[in-house]
Design a binder for this molecule. Sequence first.
Ligand code: SF4
Length: 183
Amino acid sequence: MVQRREKVAFVSHCILNQATRARWEGGGASRERGMFRDVVEVLLSHGVGAVQMGCPEFSLYGNPRPPRSKDGYDIPEFRERCREIAEHACDLMERFLEGTAPPGFRIVAVLGVENSPSCGVVRVSRTVEGEIVSRPGRGHLMDALEAEMRLRGIDVPMIGVSFRPGEREDGLRRLGGLCSGEA
Ligand code: SF4
């Protein structure tokens, strides 16, 4: 019998636990009940496990918390928390990549959440003229992860999924492609 490598994805915390999504009086970040079902279904359909990374926003500020952009979270306390989470995630990545009996593991992706000030991969919320708007760029946690992965020579694709209609399908399609590949 041909043994296949096991597959895992490192996922932003709220993908598996929507309770950490920001809530504030009169509103909150877009969310679903429980988990981000579409993402979980893609992972399950390809037999990919999920490693849940820490949520920097919830772990520092809980819920409710006011909406903030990347600029609003650009403070030492927050950047330090992101660095800690990134280091821990990379420690685990190294365990999977180096410390597992053959045929080993493949980490298919680091999966962030677009338009988040922390977990955005190609879209991040910024403050422009007093308004919070979506702009190209990475969130603080994804910045920290990218830096830590580069330092350790960990080469894993980073992609984001989105709760927004119109953006959601593209992220899910790309995730499916990464999950199904054997490279
Ligand atoms: S900081 Fe990241 S994990 Fe936490 S709620 Fe926002 S997008 Fe989700």
